[in-house]
Design a binder for this molecule. Structure first.
Ligand code: 13P
Ligand code: SF4
Length: 307
């Protein structure tokens, strides 16, 4: 009798499919994947794969990015309704109007956007490369950054820029509790604080390390510290604990209490849905050809600038 995970691995072999998973998916999904990474690494992996099928265990915009990079491949997502509150906080027509109202600006969009929003963007960024890409523009070049106001404000603070910011946010990162972090810091004075830049500035200011999920993981593995307070979606603790079993990773709760620091969209991706999507070859991600052609350029620029 095969386990669900064994069945998924067998189906992936039969279909020549590569399973990519984000660190925020549940542990069992990460364990069955061929590759687990942050948004940047997932896009890089998709661009390089020679598999016939890509299964994106993440949210919809991640599947769209894969499809735009690999239009001839079948790109599957176990649940096509797994969206992202941050991407949804930036409707493409409204963002296009904002861009039009500010001529002379170059447009940087976080990867957490729809393909249609990327289509009105000059360069896509992730939290893993955003600072480097912002700094690649001449200092006197006016910039627009969307949609995450917290990441945008953080980038303005570390680069000294005054990018115009779209007023969007992620519902998970916006609601981490500052009071809970302060209490945990007092109770664990030796612990290092790891904060994702999608969090509000008051939390970022208490960080020992600010970065993408991959950057936070790398810092924790390289650090001499034994304890870490983790201020990002708690799915990342799975990989942290696996890679550093001797260290203690403490998830910081949200203002709504413990257990609310998970992304409900990412958690829609489950093993049964992953098995079914491999079996059925659906749901598949499709992107309108004209939109995809426009969105490809800023994604390619990002990948070029990340080498
Ligand atoms: P990274 O994995 O790039 O840090 O992104 C976090 C995120 O919110 C993805 O949706
Ligand atoms: Fe989107 Fe936030 Fe979920 Fe990341 S954690 S996928 S930004 S809703």
């Amino acid at each position: 009798m095969q386990t669900l995970s064994q069945e998924i691995r067998q189906l992936a072999r039969e279909k020549n499919a590569v399973i990519l998973a984000h660190y925020y998916t549940e542990g069992a999904v990460q364990d069955v994947a061929d590759f687990v990474g942050d948004s940047l690494a997932l896009a890089q992996k998709a661009a390089q794969t020679d598999a016939d099928v890509i299964v994106m265990c993440g949210v919809h915009f991640m599947g769209e990015t894969c499809k735009i990079l690999c239009p001839d491949k079948l790109v599957l997502i176990p649940d096509a309704t797994a969206t992202c509150s941050l991407a949804e906080s930036c409707p493409a027509e409204e963002f296009a109007a904002f861009v039009k109202a500010h001529p002379g600006h170059k447009v940087l969009s976080y990867v957490n956007t729809s393909a249609a929003t990327k289509a009105v963007t000059d360069v896509v960024v992730t939290s893993g490369n955003a600072r480097r890409i912002v700094e690649s523009f001449p200092a006197d070049q006016p910039l627009i950054f969307g949609p995450d106001r917290n990441l945008g404000a953080y980038l303005n603070s570390v680069t000294g820029r005054q990018m115009l910011l779209w007023d969007g946010c992620c519902h998970v990162h916006q609601r981490f509790s500052l009071a809970a972090l302060q209490e945990l810091k007092a109770a664990h004075p030796e612990a290092k604080v790891l904060v994702h830049p999608e969090c509000p500035a008051a939390l970022v200011q208490l960080a020992d390390e600010v970065g993408s999920t991959a950057a936070l993981l790398k810092y924790a593995l390289a650090s001499d510290s034994e304890e870490f307070l983790v201020v990002t979606e708690s799915g990342i603790l799975h990989e942290m604990q696996q890679k550093a079993p001797g260290k203690r990773f403490i998830p910081v709760p949200s203002t709504e209490g413990p257990g609310c620091n998970t992304c409900n969209y990412m958690r829609q991706i489950t093993l049964p849905k992953l098995r079914d999507c491999l079996l059925q070859g659906a749901p598949a991600i499709e992107v309108d050809a004209a939109v995809a052609a426009k969105a490809l350029l800023p994604i390619q620029r990002m990948l070029e600038l990340s080498k």
